[in-house]
Design a protein around this ligand. Structure first.
Ligand SMILES: N[C@@H](CCC[C@H](NC(=O)CCC(=O)O)C(=O)O)C(=O)O
Length: 388
């Protein structure tokens, strides 16, 4: 396990009131910028402050030595695009939100002594890996870009980590579909600074057991819905998750209970228990097929879908994706989490995940990203945009 940093030492990142200027001062150093972005807490639903700061950064970039940017905003989603009249356009997108903080803010810059990055300098803290490092990569590259061979649309958006209905990119695709137009999209999601193709789909259902309320001193008069949940949990723990190969990449599936609730009072046999289940399914399956699988698995119980999002096949056979792989010299792997590659694929824009950070540490309390990986990914992205 990776050690957490000592709590009593001074903070490594100290934002001042002018957050735009605070970020801009680190624009040439994507690892430092990652830490500064992490220092601006932006759990889903709280992206306004970081979005305002990112707009300030983009305005300064547009006024600088690189191509002018047209800056557009819908809520806390920002699109900044070059208008150089190139034949093709690349969309580079990253979400600004994170999952909830878990004692892992303020961020730290430190050398890890143990774990997968032992001996490496890292930025440690909520969002470092998923995906402030990807956002920093994009901002530094946008600032350093001078003469791209394709037009570029930089996209920074809200509400990626929560219900699909709230996703900022989804909102923009409904309100202003032209803002997302492009020939190829790169999502800066953590991929070890290599390429992860496609993504698993995700579906959440509530499985409800029912019973009959009674006084718990006379439990024989009731039927306990929480006890009935044992059978649901057994079906979950007996399930053996598949690994499905799709277009040459191995998509490992997962089926997990992610929540359970029930109970009326300390002296009442409960008549209802709800188990929330999340199924991550391979992109060869549709969300409807995933739902069918869950309904069959939980035959005999009430099953309600609460959220779902289609996966995306890797699509790496497309020439534009092949060019990107060649430019990076990358050996692709499968993306096991859900990402907006799925949305771009549905819009007909081939897309891949490419960003610094080990995805195995996304959402963990010891989330971190290697400094050298943020730097190498940023160099690789810039080189691809300028030379192909
Ligand atoms: N609507 C979905 C959104 C979930 C998004 C999230 N994505 C990642 O963590 C990408 C990082 C990675 O896997 O490398 C996820 O998969 O949970 C939902 O609420 O489930």
């Amino acid at each position: 396990m990776t050690a957490h940093p000592p709590a009593e030492t001074a903070a490594d990142f100290s934002p001042d009131d002018d957050l735009g200027a605070y970020l801009l001062a680190a624009i040439d150093d994507p690892a430092e910028l990652t830490g500064r972005l992490c220092a601006i807490e932006s759990v889903s639903g709280n992206e306004g402050t970081i979005a305002d700061a990112v707009v300030t950064v983009l305005e300064a970039i547009s006024a600088g030595d690189g191509p002018d940017l047209e800056i557009l905003r819908d809520g806390d989603t920002i699109v900044a695009r070059t208008r150089l009249g190139r034949e093709e356009r690349i969309v580079i997108a990253g979400h600004l939100d994170t999952v909830p903080v878990e004692g892992n803010l303020p961020p730290r810059r430190m050398v890890l002594e143990t774990g997968e990055a032992a001996g490496d300098e890292v930025i440690w803290g909520r969002g470092a890996c998923d995906m402030k490092a990807g956002v920093a990569m994009a901002l530094t590259a946008a600032s350093a870009l001078r003469d791209p061979i394709r037009d570029v649309s930089w996209v920074f958006y809200d509400h990626e980590e929560v219900d699909a209905a709230l996703n900022g990119l989804g909102r923009v695709s409904r309100n202003h579909p032209d803002w997302l137009a492009g020939d190829f999209a790169i999502l800066g999601e953590p991929s070890n600074a290599s390429v992860e193709g496609g993504c698993n789909g995700t579906i959440r259902v509530d499985v409800t057991t029912s019973g009959t309320r009674a006084h718990s001193a006379r439990a024989f008069m009731g039927v306990n819905a929480i006890h009935a949940a044992a059978e649901v949990l057994t079906r979950l723990s007996d399930h053996v998750a598949e690994t499905v190969t799709v277009d040459g990449l191995d998509y490992r599936e997962s089926l997990s209970a992610v929540g359970i609730s029930g109970g009326v009072a300390g002296n009442v046999v409960p008549d209802e228990c709800r188990i929330s289940v999340n199924y991550r399914f391979a992109p060869s399956k549709s969300a409807a097929e995933a739902e069918g699988f869950l309904r069959e698995l939980f035959t005999g119980y009430d099953v309600v879908v609460t959220d779902s999002a289609e996966g995306a096949r890797p699509g790496l056979d497309r020439p534009i994706a092949q060019d990107f792989l060649t430019a990076l010299g990358a050996e692709p792997a499968a993306k096991l989490g859900w990402t907006d590659v799925s949305r771009f694929s549905a819009l007909g824009v081939p897309a891949v995940n490419f960003g610094p950070g080990n995805p195995l540490y996304a959402h963990k309390s010891d989330e971190h990203v290697r400094v050298r990986e943020v730097e190498s990914a940023t160099r690789a992205l810039l080189s691809y945009l300028e030379k192909g």
